[in-house]
Structure formats: structure tokens, C-alpha cells
Design a protein around this ligand. Structure first.
Ligand code: BDR
Ligand code: CA
Length: 313
């Protein structure tokens, strides 16, 4: 008996942790990645596209990579080379560059793919700012309910930000685009930075254990070189964290999330100190309609087991 593989599209601002999430999905036999769409975020769009192409090639995959939006909807682009390195991939001297993305703009390709599939057939995993998705849904609001689910790496379930006191990077880079998605009526699962901070940090010893699973494991850990330095001075975590991989783990196996209530989440667009925050109504106080499955706890053991299993070669 053959079970049909779930079809995934991944939208990514490919840098060091995105690359690991891409590898996980490309290696998971239970899903079929049908397209990778790229958006500006961690690094400018051309670099993010090259990073995605390099990663796909490194994984031995031929999944098409499409370039999307180069700037957020209303504000200028803020990048994060200080976190991920100048090339976004840890500055470890990888031969990145010179590869060619598939023809077509990511937003058009997303529309074509949604049209070409049955409602509920496609799962979208977003690992970067939500610009491509915001434009798609503002052009085609009806697509919101044609997707099976959108799993978002973004926001925070506990209100602790990583780019401001209140906001997480992906949402903060393009809050207007995020607001479109959160109001669209799609089934949403949010895996925020709090989940990465609490369940997806890696000390040198823990990273060495992943390195030992083989070539992909070594690559996945080596490209965190700059994030590892940033963890000491910026996030002040015990080791570096892997936000996109733990979000991908939840997308691949929802049982990685061990507490995931259905709550109302709105994106703060105006606050002087809170722009880009995901305001989660934990108590139901506002009476606003629930729109997001917010992951509040996850299993580190299941995540690490999945990471090592999928990267083993
Ligand atoms: C998110 O921002 C980026 O730095 C990472 O790739 C991840 O998608 C974490 O806040
Ligand atoms: Ca990312």
C-alpha cells in the first residue's frame, strides 16, 4: 500500500537556519517539496536565491527555486547579515553564486500552483518575511482557503522578541504582509521564536552530535558559524538556535508541538515599541475570532531525533 506524500511549498529568505529546514523537508520521504519560493529578509533577494539554489544542489535535489519579492510592502528592507554572515551562510567560504533560478516570479508561481491543485492539497511553510504571501493573498483572497495549512516560523507566543523587545524578525521585517495572512482565514500554525529559544538551541557538544550523522549534518552545523557568535553577544542563548528547522519539524510532524492552543493573534502595526509584534490573546479576553494554532510547547527530543534522522547520510 502506498500513502500519498503531502505536497509542500516552502517560502524562505534563505540563510543558515533556513537551509537546514530546506534539507529536512527535501529529505523527508513523507512529503514532496514541489517548489521553493524566495523572499528578501535575512539577506537581499539575490543572495537568498543563491543560498537556496546552493542548498538544493547540495541535497542532490532538483526542486525548482523561484525568486520573489525584493522588498517589504511598505517599508525598506532590513537584513540580518550581523546574525547569519555576509553571505547568510556563515561566511565559511562555500562556493555560492552563479546558479540560475527557475523562470517566473514566486508570487505568480504560487498562484499557478494553487490553481493547479485541489483545495486542501498544498501545505505552505513560511520561513521568512511574509511579503510574497501578503501580495499573493491581496491579489487572490480566495486562495486563503484553498491551502491545507500555512505553518509560519514567525512571531512569538510569549511576547519576547529577537529583533525588538516585542517583535520577532520575520514579522517585523514586513508587518503589513503578515497582517494580511493572519486575517486571511487560512488554517495557520505559528511556531514563534520562543519555541526556538526554548527547544532548539545547540551547544558545541550538541552541534558535534549532529555533525557526526554525516555530510549533511556537518554542513547544517558548519553554516551556523556566525549565528553561533551572535548567540554569545546578541541573543545570549546557550549555543545557537535553529528557528526555521523547529518550525519545519512541526510542519513535517505536528506531534513535535506538545501544546498548541487555537487562539486569536493580531499583528501590531502602529506601536512605537511594539510594531511587528504578534499579539496573542491567551485568555480569550478580546472576544476576537480565533485564527491561529499557536505552538506554546514542543518536544526537543522529537525535534533533535528528526533533525539527526533526516540529515543522516
Ligand atoms: C527568523 O529570522 C531569521 O533570522 C531566521 O532565518 C528565522 O526565519 C527567526 O526570527
Ligand atoms: Ca528564515
Amino acid at each position: 500500500m502506498t500513502t500519498e506524500r503531502r505536497k509542500l511549498i516552502i517560502d524562505t529568505d534563505t540563510a543558515s537556519d533556513d537551509a537546514v529546514a530546506l534539507l529536512m523537508a527535501l529529505r523527508d520521504p513523507s512529503v514532496e517539496v514541489i517548489a521553493i519560493t524566495v523572499v528578501a529578509g535575512n539577506v537581499p533577494l539575490p543572495q537568498a536565491v543563491q543560498n537556496a539554489l546552493y542548498t538544493v544542489e547540495f541535497a542532490g535535489s532538483t526542486v525548482p527555486v523561484y525568486a520573489g519579492c525584493a522588498a517589504p510592502l511598505t517599508q525598506k528592507l532590513h537584513t540580518a547579515e550581523v546574525v547569519h554572515g555576509q553571505d547568510g551562510m556563515g561566511d565559511i567560504g562555500l562556493p555560492i553564486g552563479g546558479r540560475t533560478p527557475a523562470p517566473g516570479h514566486a508570487v505568480d508561481v504560487l498562484a499557478e500552483l494553487i490553481e493547479a491543485h485541489e483545495p486542501g492539497e498544498l501545505t505552505l511553510v513560511t520561513l521568512g518575511p511574509l511579503t510574497n504571501i501578503g501580495i499573493l493573498l491581496s491579489r487572490h483572497p480566495e486562495y486563503a482557503t484553498r491551502l491545507r495549512e500555512v505553518v509560519i516560523m514567525g512571531g512569538t507566543g510569549d511576547g519576547v522578541g529577537n529583533i525588538t523587545a516585542a517583535a520577532e524578525f520575520n514579522i517585523w521585517v514586513d508587518p503589513e504582509a503578515a497582517a494580511i495572512l493572519y486575517q486571511a482565514g487560512t488554517k495557520l500554525t505559528q511556531v514563534g521564536w520562543d519555541i526556538s529559544r526554548k527547544y532548539a538551541t545547540f551547544t558545541k557538544e550538541q552541534a558535534d552530535q549532529v555533525r557526526r550523522v554525516g555530510r549533511l549534518g556537518k554542513f547544517a552545523m558548519d553554516i551556523q558559524a556566525r549565528v553561533n557568535e551572535f548567540a554569545l553577544t546578541g541573543t545570549k542563548l546557550v549555543g545557537f538556535d535553529l528557528p526555521d528547522p523547529i518550525a519545519m519539524a512541526v510542519a513535517l510532524d505536528p506531534s513535535v508541538a506538545t501544546d498548541m492552543p487555537f487562539l486569536n493573534v493580531v499583528i501590531e502595526l502602529h506601536g512605537e515599541h511594539t510594531r511587528g509584534a504578534t499579539v496573542v490573546d491567551h485568555s480569550g479576553y478580546t472576544g476576537r475570532e480565533r485564527n491561529t494554532h499557536v505552538v506554546l510547547e514542543a518536544s526537543r527530543d522529537r525535534f533533535v531525533e528528526m533533525l539527526e534522522r533526516l540529515l543522516a547520510d
